[in-house]
Write a protein that binds this ligand. Structure first.
Ligand code: GLC
Length: 560
């Protein structure tokens, strides 16, 4: 027997909060494309192969642009496509202004950019300024002698007595963050792999070189950058030891033994980001996004003084959220409260570094997650494949490709499972490639694929499309204020309001049905969309009944 929780109007009325965030008199015409738009992350190796090598490429992405149009997203962010030995699958760059032959040629890139724009979309590239590949000519020069003019482009230090590295900093991918270089008898710093030496961002020549890289792509017409590990750029000038992490537990990745107090998030980083922003602003209507994993109060500092830092410091709070109504309600409120005046929010559900949302929250709740992402205040970023409910794919030990998993095995940190090929159709290799894909496909791709789900009006893909359409049609979902409505147990309720128009989002984060008194929380109008895709147009009167794992968006039927 299923239990039915009934919500009492009096309790609702009593708890109804009046706090709200954002303004309610904004106009769509006052927004910029990256504020009203929806971003879609493509991991190029895994989207579409066109030259039968089992690895996705730029012509493949061009072929799939009509799909992105039908989905309704506005901007495509590509993980790195530049020349690279691929030790970290492109996050180790050996030439910032060349396309890696695996992905195609510069002519392919130009064709992609033109096609993206012709389809009314924007293109965002990944900028990786914290480190290069050890094969980059800058590093090859830098390591060649202590007197080389590029020596100071990287972080070289003497070891401590007894053959110890310069300090206790650890690499995120395991082991010391210092690599001894026999030829010159010093250590260089690498926050990630030894094949990814960190640049010295205190050196003005390094800054200028990367700013010129930005200009190269901006001049070509790219619409902005997602800046890799932006909070890592500046390290402590004195290279002080990091303090131990009292909360460290065995089973966590080893670098978490210490708090990265002196190796990341240094105050001087904001001056660098302001410079990057000025470079971005030399061009019209471009966007600067920062990849930052920090607690909310530190994260929001990355909007910069007078909001002249990153336009959007990526908000990853949902990636590690405990999936229940109260903790999500709290994290939304904390984020909204912490935002500086005028700062534009954003939300991310998944990316190429974290387990897929459908595996984190389960298949049923993945629909709730979709409705949440696309109805919160701020720019949403979707990760390819989440719209078809792709799960984390199990990777056998011999199939592991991710250097993080190889260096730190057995802790579950591997990222291959969220980077598997896009599932397009029920043919060989899901239509991704005619060759053996570089990572295995999900077992269920015969059913869980774009072609199949597109034909099903109640599939998760159809839900994503409907949510995106609704967000486009209803200005409150983009520019309306956000007001939480107090609820209990598994219910998360909020209102998006704009002069004269409101929509209320009611999400059931649990498996049990719930009935709530609609008048107590001012629900009227009709159901505009249910996550089950079967209630549109249902009028609300008296009570609103939700099934387990159901979310609905309610509001007036007429368009405002
Ligand atoms: C970022 C990227 C990740 C990469 C790391 C080092 O966190 O998202 O994929 O491994 O930086 O560049």
């Amino acid at each position: 027997m299923v239990s039915l929780t009934v919500y009492d109007p009096a309790t609702f009325a009593e708890n109804h909060r009046s706090s709200f965030y954002g303004c309610s008199d904004m106009e769509m015409k006052d927004t910029l494309w990256w504020q009203r738009g929806i971003f879609y992350q493509v991991y190029p190796r895994s989207f579409q192969d066109s030259n039968r090598d089992g690895i996705g490429d730029l012509p493949g992405i061009i072929r799939r642009l009509p799909y992105l149009n039908s989905l309704g997203v506005d901007a495509v962010w590509l993980s790195p496509i530049f020349l690279s030995p691929m030790a970290d699958f492109g996050y180790d760059i050996s030439d910032y202004t060349a396309i890696d032959p695996l992905f195609g040629t510069m002519a392919d890139f130009d064709a992609l950019l033109a096609a993206v724009h012709a389809n009314g979309l924007k293109l965002i590239l990944d900028l990786v300024p914290n480190h290069t590949s050890d094969q980059h000519p800058w590093f090859v020069e830098s390591r060649s002698s202590r007197n080389n003019p590029k020596r100071d482009w990287y972080l070289w230090r003497d070891g401590r007595p007894g053959g110890q590295p310069p300090n206790n900093w650890l690499s995120d991918f395991g082991g010391s963050a210092w690599q001894y270089d026999v030829a010159t008898g010093q250590y260089y710093h690498h926050a990630f792999l030894a094949q990814q030496p960190d640049l010295n961002w205190r050196n003005p020549a390094v800054r200028k070189a990367i700013y010129d890289v930005m200009r190269f792509w901006l001049r070509k017409g790219v619409d902005g950058f997602r800046v890799d590990v932006i909070w890592h750029l500046i390290k402590d000038a004195e290279f002080r030891d990091n303090p131990p992490n009292a909360n460290f537990r065995e089973g966590q990745p080893p670098h978490q033994r210490f708090l990265p107090l002196f190796s990341t998030d240094r105050p001087e980083v904001h001056e660098v980001i302001a410079e990057m922003r000025r470079v971005t602003d030399e061009f019209d209507a471009r966007v600067l996004i920062g990849e930052i994993y920090l607690p909310i109060e530190r994260l929001v500092a990355y909007y910069g003084k007078d909001l002249l830092g990153a336009h959007l410091p990526f908000n990853f709070t949902l990636l590690s959220a405990t999936w229940n109504a109260r903790s999500i309600e709290t994290l939304i409120a904390e984020y909204e409260r912490a935002l500086p005046v005028g700062a534009w929010p954003n939300w991310v559900l998944s990316n190429h570094d974290r387990p897929r949302v459908a595996s984190r929250v389960g298949t049923d709740q993945a629909r709730i997650a979709a409705m949440l992402l696309l109805t919160l205040r701020g720019t949403p970023t979707l990760y390819y494949g989440d719209e078809i409910g792709m799960h984390q794919v199990a990777i056998a030990p011999e199939q592991v490709r991710d250097p993080f998993e190889k260096n730190v095995p057995g802790l579950g940190v591997g990222r291959d499972g969220c980077r598997t090929p896009m599932q397009w159709e029920a043919t060989t290799n899901a239509g991704f490639s005619t060759a053996l894909p570089w990572l295995p496909l999900a077992d269920d791709f015969i059913h869980e694929n774009v072609a199949n789900l597109d034909a099903d009006p109640r599939s998760i893909l159809s839900l994503y499309k409907a949510l995106i359409r609704l967000r486009r049609e209803r200005p409150p979902l983009v520019i309306g204020s956000y007001a939480p409505i107090a609820a209990h147990d598994d219910l998360l309720i909020y209102r998006r309001h704009r002069e004269g128009a409101s929509l209320t989002v009611v999400l059931n984060l649990g498996p049990d049905p719930v009935s709530l008194a609609s008048d107590a929380i001012g629900l009227d109008g009709e159901i505009l969309l249910s996550t089950f895709m079967d209630r549109t147009g249902e009028r609300i009167s008296g009570a609103l009944d939700l099934r387990g794992n159901e979310g609905v968006i309610t509001g007036a039927s007429v368009l405002d």
